[in-house]
Design a protein around this ligand. Sequence first.
Ligand code: TPP
Length: 937
Amino acid sequence: MNITDMFHGPNSGYILELYDRYVEDPSSVDAETRALFDNWKPEAEDSTHVEASPQDMDKIVGAANLALAIRAFGHLDAKINPLGINCSGDPSLDPETHKITEEDLFQLPSSLIGGPIAETTTNAAEAIEKLRSVYSSSVGYDYYHLHSIEERRWLRHAAESGTFRPPNDPINEKRLLESLTQTEVLERFLHRIFPGKFRFSIEGVDTLIPMFNEIVGLAAESDINHILIGMAHRGRLNVMHHVMNKPYKGTLIKFKDPVLQRDFRDYMGWTGDVKYHEGARHAVKKGRPIDMVITLAPNPSHLESVNPVVEGMTRAAGTKADRPGAPEFDRTVSMPIIVHGDAAFPGQGIVSETLNLSRLPGYSTGGTIHIITNNQLGYTTLPRDSRSTLYASDLAKGFEIPIMHVNADDPEACIESSRLAFAYVDTYHKDFLIDLVGYRRHGHNEADEPAFTQPKLYEIVDKHPTVREIWSNTLIERGIIDSEESEEILNKYNEQMHSDFESLAPEDMPEESQPERPPAGAAQKVKSSVSAGALRELNQSLLKVPQDFKINPKLKRARERWANALEGTDSKTIDWAMAEQLAFASILADGTPIRLTGQDCERGTFSHRHAVLHDFISGESYNSLQNIPQAKAAFEIYNSPLTENACIGFEYGYNIHKPESLVIWEAQYGDFINGAQTILDEYLVSARAKWGQTPSLVLLLPHAYEGQGPDHSSGRMGRFLDSAAEINMRVANCTTSAQYFHLLRRQAGVLDIDPLPLIILTPKSLLRNSLVFSSLKELTQGTWQPVIDDEMDDKQAKKAKRLILCSGKVYWDLVSSEYYEKSAGDIAIARVEQLYPIPTVMISKVLSRYPKLKEVVWIQEEPETMGAWMFMFPFFRKLIDGRFLLHYMGRKRNSSPAEGSLSMHRVNQQALVQQAFTLDKELPNLDELGITWVKNV
Ligand SMILES: Cc1ncc(C[n+]2csc(CCOP(=O)(O)OP(=O)(O)O)c2C)c(N)n1
C-alpha cells in the first residue's frame, strides 16, 4: 500500500499517531515503519492531519482485540488432538466478534499487532494470519493467566519468534526418527512376545522419549548436575531403557522368567516391587569433572504421590548444609521433571499440594518441568467424568505456571515445547507444564479391552498411524530419507531386541540388593549424653541474641528459667523445649545438619519452641541455632504450608537424598497424620522392603488424651504399629525431656550406621508440666531407655504383686493420682518408652524383678484398637507364657479416637486411673463408661 493512502481510511488516525511518535523518537516504531517514514514527509501539515472517525477507531480496536484474543485463547482452536476430536474453538477468535472484516485488516498496518510477527508482515491481515499459525497450530500456548507482564512478554516473544521451533532452532530429524523407532520397537516387541503382560505401554504418547532426551541434552550443557524424575507406570519401561539407558536384557529376563525374579528373595526378607515401579540412576558424562546424574525415583501405584518426594530429593540435591548457619540452596544445579497422567493430575489432591510448594522459600526447587502424558482416558473413564476443567492442566493456572498444549503426533512441536520449558525454567526458576496430548494405543494395561467402554474412540485409535510412521512420512516428503532407509532403521532396532532376547542368560538378571542390617545393638552403642560443660556453653549460646534485639517480654520469664536451668545437676529444671534445643545444638556441634519443618513449628503449636525469635519492635527475626558458634553444620526450620501428605512426602525425598542430615517433620497435632497416610504406607514404612531405600525421617506427633476432642488427641500410634515389621522403623512414646533429648541425639548418631524412620509421640500440656522435666545429670550421664522400670527399691519390689505397663502421658496420670499414693508398694508401674522395636529383653528383665508378681496390666488411654495394646498383646502373651495373668485396661473399642466433650473425657480418664489401682473391685458403673477392662486375656 502507498503510504499516502494509509493516511486515509480507517487506519489514518493510528498512522498519524505513529508518525508523531516517529518524529519524536524514530526508535519508538518498528524498523519497517521507520523505513517508510524515513523516505516520506507529509506535504503540508493540514493535508495529512485527518482525524480518525469513530468507525475507524472501532476497526483499530477490533483488530487489536482480535490479536489479543488469538494470543490468549488461540489454544482453544489449536490442533492439539491427534485424534482430531474435542477441539472447542472460541467465538473471540472470529473477526466478526470484533466487528471487523478481512478487508479491514488489510487496511491496517501490521505494527498494530505488535511483536516479532509485525516485523515480518506488511499489514494486519497477514499478521493475524501468522498469529493464528502460531497460536492455533499443533501447539496451544496457554500463558495469559500469568500475572507477571515480564514473563508474559518473554513467552509471547518465544512463541511468536519461533526461537525454539525447528527449523529456526534446527533439529536432527533422522535422530528423532531413530528415537521414535526405538520407542515403538520396544513396546511392539514386548507386545508380540509377551501378549497380555502388563507394561503400561507408552504408545500414543511416544514423543515423551525424545522430549525427555531433549531436556536432558539441554541440562547437560547447563550448570545442572542432577535431574530427578518422578513418573507413574505409563511409559516407564521405555523411559527406563531410552532415558535411563538400562539394557533391555534386564527387562526381558523379568518378562520371560518371573520365577527368576524376586520370588526367591522373598525368603530373604524383602518383597521387592513390580518392574514398572522401580527406580534407577544414570550418569551422563558432561566433559568436566562432574557427571550429571539422572535419578528416576521409585514410586508406588499411588498416582502422583511421588511428586513431593521428587521435589524433596531435588531440594536436597541442590542444598549444601555442611557449614554452620542457614544451608545454601543453589537452584541452578538440580532440576525435577515430573510426568503426570491426565486423569491423575486434576484428580489427586497431592498434585495441588505439591504445586503449592513450588514457590515457598523452604521448598522451592528452582522450577519443575511437568509433562502430562495426556492420553485422554483414565483407565476406562472419560475426561468429562473425571474433571471439572476444560484441560487436564488447568489446575496449574492458579500457580502461575505457563502451559503448552502440544500434539503428540507433531514431534517438532513437542521438541519446541521441551526447549521452551527448559529455557523458561532456566530464566525464571519457576514451574512449566507441557500438556502432551496423545492417545492410548491399547487398554489401560495390555490385558484390557478398551472397546468394551470406548468402542467409537478405539475405532479411531485402531486406524490411527503411529507417530513413527507419521514422522517417517514427513521425512520422506521432505526428501531427507527414503522409505527404504526408514525400513532399515526399523529393522535395526527390531533385530537388536531379538538378539538380546535370544541371548538371555540368568546372569542378565539385574543385581538388586537389600541394604545390609547393622550388627544387633548398633543403635544402643551411640553415646547420646553430653558433658555438663558443653551443655552449659551451648545453652549460653542459645540464649544469646544480637545487641539491641528486643525479645517479646512475655518470653523473658521462660528464657530466664532456661538461663538458670543448668546450674544444679540434680534438680529437674530442664523442660521439653529446652531439652530439644540442647539436643539440636549438640547435634549441630557434632557436625550433623538439621532440617525441621511443620505447621507453625518455628514457634511450635503449643508456643513452646520459639526457635525463631521476632524483635518486638522491628519484627526482625533471629534464629539462634543458626548462630551458635559451636555449630559445624547448617540448621533450617520452616513453617510448612497446611498439608501433611505433600509435606511429609517432600521431607521423605529430602531425607532419602541427604541421609547425612537429621530431617524432622512435626505435626500440628498428631491427629492430622492420617492426611499423609499414602506417604506413610507407601514410602516411609515400606520403601525399605520394596526398593531398598533407608529413610531416617523423624516425625513428631503431639499425642495425649486431654479432652480436646476426637481430632486433637491421638497421633494414631496404632497405624504405625500396624505396619511395624522387619525393623522398618522406631516408634517411641517418651515421658521425660531427658528421654526426648537422648532419642533425638541417638537418631542423629545412627544416621550412617542404622538409619530408620523415627516416630515420636510428643506431649502437649506436659510440655509445661514439671513432671516431665529432667535434670542436667540425666542429660550428662543417661542414655535412651526403651523401658523405664518403677523406681521402687528392690525390697519393695519383692512385695509387688501387680505390674502396670503403660506408655506415654497416662503414666503421669497414674503416678500423680491419689490412688497411687495409697497403693504404695503394692503396685509397680513401668513405662514402655519404645513401642517398636519391642524391647522384649528389657521388659523381661522388668518382669523378673518382681518375684511375687501375679498379674500384669497394660493400661492405655487410647481405645483398645488404636493404642499399642493390639500390637503388644501377642508379644506380651509369649513373654509372660502363662506365668501371670494378663489384663487390658483402656478406652473401649471406638470408631472415634476420643470423647467430644471435656467432661466426658475427665470422667473416663478418672475411671481409668481409679480402676487401675482398684483392680479387685470393678467400678460399679464401668460398663456405662467409655473404659473397658479385659481380664485375663
Ligand atoms: C491414587 C490411585 N488411585 C487409583 C489408582 C488406580 N489407577 C491406576 S491407573 C488409573 C488411571 C490413571 O489415568 P491417568 O492419570 O490418565 O494415567 P494413564 O494410565 O492414562 O496414563 C487408575 C485410576 C491408582 N493407581 N492410584
